[in-house]
Design a protein around this ligand. Sequence first.
Ligand SMILES: Cc1ncc(COP(=O)(O)O)c(C=O)c1O
Length: 390
Amino acid sequence: MTDTISTVADSSELPTYPKRGIVMSHGLGARLWDTAGREYIDCAAGIGVGNIGHANERLARTVAEQARRLIVCPGSIDTGPRIELCAKLREITPDGLERSFLCNSGTEAMEAAIKFARLATGRTDFVACERAFHGRTLGALSGTHKPQYREPFMPLVPGFSHVPFNDLDALRAAVTDRTAGVLLEVVQGEGGIHPVTQAFIDGARAVCDERGALLIFDEVQSGFGRTGRMFALEHFGVVPDMLCIAKALGGGLPIGAVVCNDRIPAVTGRHGSTFGGNPLCAAAALATIEEIESRDLCGRAERLGEAFRARIADANLAAVREVRGLGLMIGVELTSEVAPILAVLQERGVIALGAGPNTVRLLPPLVIEEDQLAGVGETLVAVLGEQAGT
Ligand SMILES: Cc1ncc(COP(=O)(O)O)c(C=O)c1O
């Protein structure tokens, strides 16, 4: 069965991601089973999507009920889930962030924010950070830094520049009176799990205010409890002009949003999305947020993440250069390449991700049981210990 599916995929799916040689069948909470019956602890969660875990009962019920009632409706006609979701996003984001544009993915949220910033300021340019990942559509890709993603698709949108992450002097030098916006991941995800510094995020807010540029936070990966707060920005007390979110928002269904302050004008007739805010995904998002709030998954992420990072750091492994992160957004930087480690972890029943060439990235569902996460810690310490011969 597994071999058959993989063979069919080889001949019929246009390859994008390098494949891992397994076919997943089903999941429950933080557990996954492949079609060969092997069990795994999921520390990828669909790349930071499944914060409320697999086969979540509230989400499954909500989606089934909504699918029976109404799945599609054009943006020109309101539905309860769309309106309620926009109101909920206003409630759970900081004061000042009020109106949401709903879309279907992280890259679309970034794409929209780039367009809105041009509209709001009448300017064209953007400053992003080195190591940034903002998505793969041409606008968002222009903010993404990695040459491997950018270079095959040149020329990109003109007017984008990159400064070293957390280098405030470089940011001050790069933001000019042509800058429409500064794009910033509050915790860089794909780039290696690097949290922003307080000085940089404060300085970014100040320099944007001084020069009339908009501050745009990309919390596509760090949002919805992942870092121990509903949004990572709460760790720093800085409010952007636009907050881009997606991934965990829908609990697994595709939905993204840009939550905007009053500097962003109405975009009636100038921007839109066929699927954005459809009642099915909006209902899924409401159920997901309800699940995060009612089970205090933010508090859980903070507590479990701290214990996990301490466990790995305390092991003092020669193979580990640094342990980073906030909540359950965890990076373990190695002294060697990460790819072989991910393969061994998978053999031992842990699905983990890479972030940059050397960093193991762990993004487990926030509902992961303490003993499951402790088991992941033991496996990681064992694998890294063997690797370095310590
Ligand atoms: C910080 C960040 N921004 C944007 C994106 C793009 O999101 P999507 O893959 O949903 O288009 C990602 C995806 O990994 C991300 O991590």
